[in-house]
Design a protein around this ligand. Sequence first.
Ligand code: NOJ
Length: 768
Amino acid sequence: MLKLKTFAKAIVMLGCALAATSGATAQSAPISQEEAHRRALVLLKQMTLDEKIGQMTQSSGVQMPMLGSDRPDDLITQGKVGSVLWLIDVKEINRLQHLAVEKSRLHIPILFGFDVIHGYRTVFPVPLAMASSWDPKVEEEAQRLAGQDARAAGIQWTFTPMVDIARDARWGRIVEGAGEDPYLGSAMARAQVKGFQGEALGPDSVVACVKHFAGYGAADGGRDYDSSYVPEELMENVYLRPFHAAEEAGAGSFMSAYMDLNDVPATGNRWLLTDVLRKDWGFKGFVVSDAFAVASLQVHGFARDPEDAAYKAASAGLNMDMASQTYTKNLAKVVKAGKISEADIDKLVLPVLEVKYELGLFDHPYVDESQVDAVLNRPEGLALERKVAGRSMVLLKNDNHLLPLKRTAKKVAVIGPLADSTRDIEGGWTVEGLFGGATKNHPVTVLAALKARLGADAQVTFVAGPEPQRLYPSLFDMIQGKKPAAPPTDAEAAEWIAKTKAATADADLVVAVMGEGATMSSESASRSSFDLPGIQQQMLETAVASGKPVVLVLENGRPLDIRWASEHVGAILEAWYPGTEGGNAVADVLFGDVNPGGKLPVSWPRVAGQEPLYYNHNLTHEPEDRPQFTSRYWDISSKPLYPFGYGLSYTTFKFDQLKLSKTSVKAGDATEVSVDVTNTGSTAGDAVAQVYIHQRAGSASRPVRELKGFARVTLKPGETKTLKFPLGKAELEFWSPQTKAWGVEPGTFDVWAGEDSTAALHAELAVE
Ligand code: NOJ
């Protein structure tokens, strides 16, 4: 025993010595999971109960009133901090790491975590936009670069991907995920895990954190943090699917959600954290709570006091407490009272240590400060960002081929508060902007890009209008106690409208860049209306009244109420928040250097009152298209303005020859769908072929359509490609509330292929 201890200590000390001499640039081959497990076990044997609980504690890197007066330096040297979050100052990261590695008894390095959601210094489009690319490969590339940047800057753990299904766009966090569909969401979840973690964790990768486990997007009324009531069949068939996909892709960590799921808060939910995640799926990584969520088990009326909160979270299977200090202050008492055994604590600590070994953190604990800027300013980052942004944009309308723009336009009026807003074009959750800090990059706005494109002899007039932030303060501004600015007065509004009138009357073309301020769709940013905030609608109507062609470019994190625009504006391009090179990417699309190929990952509502709105609903007792007593609103169609999967191109495509390799299969066997896609226009472009199915009858009602395959392909004019998609157990099975199990049921399945979720090309499959 003594020998083992000495040996283990030697390994730890050796790691530290190597780190001290070699610095962060020295690379070593990643170690296997087995080896990480072996080393973690050796280390675990040396740890006291307090040190174990320390590894289960994540401390805030910023001082907040609720964190009390504990000095982080003391806690770290006492071995009471396993991880730190919200810290991006590399000098401070190295200083704290030095304390952990050199001054704590067991020299265990700190794992630094941060929300690297869509890029580090180079900011990629928001996740909802990247999902609109329907191109998991490109999302993987983006997250690989983001992860490498983060690692070079001292962050080894990102709280990404957010894989929450969002069927209700009132919920502001829809911007952080892949939209409403579990199949597309799973593909994007896998891509992100692979992007961040690579083939295996090592000194160049970051560990992904799949969040928010689970059901968070189903918040009542679309209000962030509100309760979710989701029956097990919906959890299994919809909400859990992208989580499972991420787990199967090897995600190293999960984050438990804030809300209560079916009355049991997710952070103390044993069904989620143990039964589903560990027992059903065999997850081997660790789960961190969302920030302060262990403490808020009390707020939920679930835990009696902090000790009970620590007990309920740990016994449910939660490995790490984010920021609330509830574990560090209470868990030892829970163990001493015999409510949780130390062996159970060991099980919770072990995966945290394993991940640290897998990341090579014991060998490479420090940031090489001299390299950070060179890595973060790599030019390939910006080039990739521009490509991803272009691929993420969705052309919603293009009457009479208004787009692409002719380069001959000489007088252009650019209107709207987002046209030149560097603060908004990158969207929320940017690393360097998170706490109100200055962004070190220089995002290119649409106005700047258009000016550059049109050249010096063009006359570009800009009318901003009042900033949307004057209506909606950012969450982080509020944390810092800043008050929202006063909304524009009537007189100010009238002045902006007059300016819009003058500028548009004198122009050959109007480009309106409108939408929401970046902080309007984010955490704690739900909306009950999808109106264009402020006076944007009036500005748009003024522009259209000029009789000049108007292109509307949208920057937003959720679908908006654009019913009026969809009837009166010539062209609408959904750019979402396109990132650092966003303006250039918009210009690429407007001028036709990039042919838009993005498709909607959400059903686009007409009004907020239609929410929740999603294409994969069941048939009702009397569907809307029947004559009477139907499922409908008196005042509006139940159908979306634009369907899930929709998006135009500067060319056109024809889908035909839909065939199944076998039209009849045994349950569990596979057939293959094939479909021909032809570019019928005169420009090269990208089509996204989409395959949908419907099970006509069975042990439960099934959705009218479900996406079960897609592929984005580039086609030259006149070119045809035959695309093939498997349709087997994985695509045909579902979790039945009657059998309480997954299975493929015999019966007839409809199969469609085409450009969006309303595709008409149809075939039938018999499952025996
Ligand atoms: C709260 C958010 O819900 C979560 O998504 C985020 O990762 C953590 N805070 C850490 O910033």
